[in-house]
Write a protein that binds this ligand. Structure first.
Ligand SMILES: [Zn+2]
Length: 261
């Protein structure tokens, strides 16, 4: 699923990635709304601490602006992992994240989530957040009718939430950055903050783990949200790169957060 190829979307994504400064103030909104029911899934391996997306938390509308900032502030980075879950690679990514004490955001494809609910639950149990990455990863969906965009977003939301055992995705990342004003508004109305990225590791092109590491080191100054993949082919380079770059980022004084909501 190296479906990020081609150049048509890149300029749009690039503009979206660097053209928006996100307001961190919205992070307080969901915190205040996480009610006592949030801990209801504790017995299913989900953290008892209130978190956005927990069962019982309302799908309150969030900002329609494409988020890039980290809730850890200026020295925070957001690790985002797209296109899974995948039975081979997701467990390996989870292991590296766990070994480094890093929480990440997993942008899941609906059909993948539906096929591997155990992996969705494992992601949630480790304290990571879920992100809606549509049903079928159509990077041209911004050219399609609104009814199609709606189906892609809402069906994936349902598939991911069912697979997780009730924990909702709290972000929406359009495949290839193919956002539209309509899709951003729809996602935001469901409590899913549109999510961009600042650093594209291009790991899906299999450039070698050293190149993936070098891209992060070179571009992390561009912004905090870093894009990796845990599906769509052999992701051993991604796993190896994460094993190297996570300790490096820590050494540089970065901490690991979530994208602002
Ligand atoms: Zn993707």
């Amino acid at each position: 699923m190296a479906r990020h190829g081609g150049r048509g979307w890149y300029g749009r994504v690039f503009a979206a990635a660097i053209g928006v400064t996100t307001v961190a103030a919205v992070t307080s909104v969901w915190t205040a709304q996480a009610g006592p029911a949030s801990g209801a899934q504790a017995g299913a391996g989900v953290s008892a601490s209130p978190s956005p997306g927990s069962p019982g938390s309302a799908a309150a509308k969030v900002s329609v602006d494409i988020a890039h900032a980290s809730d850890h502030g200026a020295r925070g980075v957001n690790i985002t992992v797209d296109d899974g879950p995948d039975p081979t690679w997701t467990p390996q990514v989870l292991k590296v994240l766990r070994e480094n004490g890093v929480k990440a955001t997993f942008c899941m494809v609906g059909t993948q989530a539906e096929a591997h609910p155990d992996l969705v639950k494992a992601v949630v149990a480790d304290g990571h957040r879920l992100c809606d990455h549509t049903v079928s990863h159509d990077t041209g969906m911004d050219k399609k009718p609104e009814a199609y965009q709606s189906q892609q977003i809402l069906d994936a939301e349902r598939m991911i939430t069912e697979a997780s055992g009730g924990v909702r995705p709290v972000y929406y990342r359009a495949p290839g950055g193919a956002f539209t004003p309509y899709s951003r508004d729809l996602a935001a109305s469901r409590g899913m903050r549109p999510l961009g990225w600042n650093v594209d590791t291009k790991d899906f092109e299999k450039p070698g783990s050293a190149a993936i590491v070098a891209t992060v080191k070179r571009e992390v100054g561009n912004g905090p949200t870093i894009l990796f993949h845990d599906a769509g082919g052999d992701r051993s380079e991604t796993v190896a790169a994460l094993r190297e770059i996570l300790p490096w980022l820590k050494q540089q004084g970065y901490s690991f957060g979530f994208p602002v909501r």
